[in-house]
Every structure is written in C-alpha cells, then in structure tokens.
Write a protein that binds this ligand. Structure first.
Ligand SMILES: [Mg+2]
Length: 410
C-alpha cells in the first residue's frame, strides 16, 4: 500500500502581501494552527505516514514546524532546496527518496477527499498513465484555470479558465516516479511545465470529487479559511464493534488468518470515508485479560486490518480495544474498568481525542452491550444481526440525509 506523500511547501505567497513576508504560506495560521498542520493530520489519519516536505522560502521555519508535529508512527521530513529551482526542480532533488508511486499535494490547498479511494487502484506499473489528478467542480473556473476531462483522461489544462462552471485542479496528485524523469531542465514547475506535457500525451487521469475545497493563496479565501477549515474538521463518527460486525466472530480471534470479513464490511467503511465520517473500531478484547493473547497481538492484527481496508480505498481512523475483564485473569487486566462495553469509555475517549460531532454519529454492534455503550455515550446505537453491513450503513446515512450531502466551501 501507498504510504508516502510529498507536500510542496516552497510557495512564497505573494498574493497575500505582508502576511508572508517572514512566513511560508503553508505555515500561516488558520483557526489558530499552521495551515500545514491540517494537511499532515489528514494524511496521517488516512494511513499516509511517510511525509516529505519540499521547502524553499524560509525552509528553516518549516524544519522547526516538523519537530513540533512529530508523533509516534509518523515519519516527517523536510528538504529545503539550496536554490530556487521551482516545484519540479525541488522534486527532482529528492527523486532517490521517492517510492515507485506517491501522493503529491500542494501546500496551500485543502481538498477534503478520501485519499485511499483516490489512490486505488494504483497506476499500472508499466502503463502509459504516469499521474492522476484530483479535480473539483466549481461554479466558476475563471480565477483558477480549468481542466478539460474526456472520459477519465485530462486532455487540456487551460491557464485561465473560461467563465462558468467547470473543473479545476484540486492540488492532489498520485504520481509514478517515472514522471519525475520527464521533468524539463530546472528551474521548472510541476503544474505549468510537467502536467501540460503529460496531458498532451494522454498520460494523466482525472478523478472528480465534490468535497470541501479551499485555496488559502487567495486573500478572500484565506479570510474564509479561518472559520471554514476548523468547522470542516468537525465530523460525524461511525463506531463499529469488531467481532461479529466487521469480521466473523469465532471467539478470541487475534491473528490475520482467523479473520473473515463480514459481508459488506469493507464497503461500509469506505462509504463512510467517502461521506466524510470519522470511523472508529471499539472492541472488547477480554482474551487479553484471560491470557489468551497479548495487546501486541491486538495492535498487530488491527494494523493488518487497516492495510486490508486501504487496499479497497477505505480506512479506520483509530482502533480502540479494552483488554480488561472484571472476573478473569490477573492485575492489571482484571479490573472493573470504564472501557469494557456496555461502559462507554472507548467511545468517550475517541470523542475526546477527535473532533467528533455527536449529532448524527452512530454505533453498529451485534450485542445489546454495544448498543448500551452507544446510549451511554449519547449517540445512536444499531443492532446488526447479520446480512450486508454496507446496506445497513447506507440506510442509516440515507435516513440522516448524509449520503447525498455535498459539502462546499462556498
Ligand atoms: Mg461483537
């Protein structure tokens, strides 16, 4: 699976005037945080944990920011170009550090898409297509430049779009490393030198997403971003019990070879990712207290499940497990805890650690104790006793009107 993302953070941001005199545009504060922090959060939660920042102007500040953003499981590096060589030149200088395929993001736009859907399936390793671009439909392309899409191929990139509705570049790309070899001599720009060249050869695919999009490089949108971006981070959440809901309940499963996905389970998670929900797993693992397996087995299994999900364009934002039991095993696992369902501890922890909007959030479980945990956490709980999980989730979304909701910045 794809784990690498490269973010272009060398932009000077001249359109924003004095704001960027001493600060690279991606570090400008938005709702009290550097804009770039939102991009890194978004990548990391969706499983892209190897992030390379390509810095130029005031690269020292980007490097300091990297230190502040470090967290377990995240590899975050910054490369500052010695002299301005354009976005293309910057990418070429790190070509030996690039995976065969990787995500590339503009550091001054936020496009709220399911990145695992976007990168699935990967580009064919020996095919003619070297790039995929995420596209946004807008009411007026005039200020952006527009993209001409024919079936799934980009056939033209117009620098100034005609007035009226159309498609624009959403600033997120899937790139084959072979595309880097096609860069013209430095200095050069990926957007204005490489992509038009590839488009002329039919070597770029486009995928359209009607999701929240904002470009902070434009003064009006930078002002709008101050409230719109923090508000857009607040999401409804879906909580899933694991055994008997996502995978068949065989009793104390703790290894990948013991996991059989339930019908529609992975599709259901993807549907929620596509709709902008946070997705959590909340699972009682009393087998740990009983000494049948360790917490490291639980974590390893969940990492495996995550990669299985990502292969079909889905992801879980966090797995929470309760290793305790009131009557079995030894301390510290033998205890009356607050996390074992029907107690709501795992749900409350997720709601404290993530920007969850409780209204419209829900849990799906296969036992009454699951539903009770949901009720105690103040959200809706649904009992799922078999059948297609995706159909159940589609029904829940349709009833709440979420399935058809299109979020826009303007
Ligand atoms: Mg269960």
């Amino acid at each position: 699976m794809l784990h690498q993302a490269v973010i272009l953070v060398g932009g000077r941001g001249t359109r924003l005037g004095a704001l960027t005199d001493d600060t690279p545009k991606p570090l400008l504060p938005v709702g009290g945080r550097p804009f770039l922090a939102y991009l890194i959060d978004e990548l990391f939660r969706q499983g892209f944990n190897d992030i390379l920042l390509l810095a130029g102007y005031r690269g020292d500040r980007i490097e300091r920011f990297c230190q502040e953003m470090l967290r377990p499981g995240l590899r975050l590096r910054c490369m500052t170009e010695p002299e301005p060589a354009g976005t293309g030149g910057a990418l070429r200088t790190v070509s030996d550090q690039l995976e065969a395929q990787f995500l590339l993001l503009n550091g001054d736009t936020l496009f709220d898409i399911n990145l695992n859907d976007f990168s699935t399936p990967p580009l064919s390793a020996d095919g003619d297509v070297l790039a995929r671009m995420a596209l946004r439909r807008v009411p007026d392309t005039a200020r952006y430049g527009s993209i001409v899409l024919e079936s799934s191929r980009i056939v033209a990139m117009l620098e100034k779009g005609p007035a009226g509705k159309g498609l624009i570049n959403g600033g997120i790309y899937l790139l084959d490393r072979r595309a880097v070899d096609r860069l013209p001599p430095s200095p050069c720009s990926i957007e204005t030198d490489l992509f038009p060249l590839l488009a002329a050869e039919g070597a770029i695919e486009g995928r359209v997403y009607d999701r929240f999009f904002l470009d902070i490089g434009v003064p009006d949108d930078f002002a709008l971003a101050q409230s719109a971006i923090p508000a857009s981070r607040r999401r409804k959440a879906a909580f899933f019990d694991r055994d008997g809901v996502l995978n068949e309940d065989i009793g104390f499963a703790h290894r990948p070879d013991q996991i059989t996905w339930m019908p529609g389970a992975r599709k259901a998670v993807k549907r929620l990712n596509d709709a902008g929900f946070l997705v959590f797993v909340v699972t009682n693992q009393g087998g740990v207290a009983r000494g049948l397996y360790g917490e490291e087995h639980v974590r390893t299994l969940h990492r495996w499940m995550q990669e299985e999900l990502r292969a079909v364009g889905a992801h879980v934002d966090a797995f929470y497990h309760c290793p305790h039991h009131p009557d079995h095993g030894k301390a510290p696992y033998r205890t009356d805890c607050r996390c074992r369902k029907p107690e709501p501890g795992m749900l409350l922890q997720a709601m404290a650690e993530w920007p969850v909007e409780p209204l419209g959030s829900f849990l799906v479980g296969d036992r009454e104790t699951d539903v009770q945990a949901a009720q105690r956490a103040g959200i809706e709980g649904t009992l799922h006793l078999g059948g297609d999980l995706d159909a159940l989730v589609a029904g829940i979304l349709a009833r709440s009107g979420t399935g058809t909701e299109v979020e826009t910045a303007r």
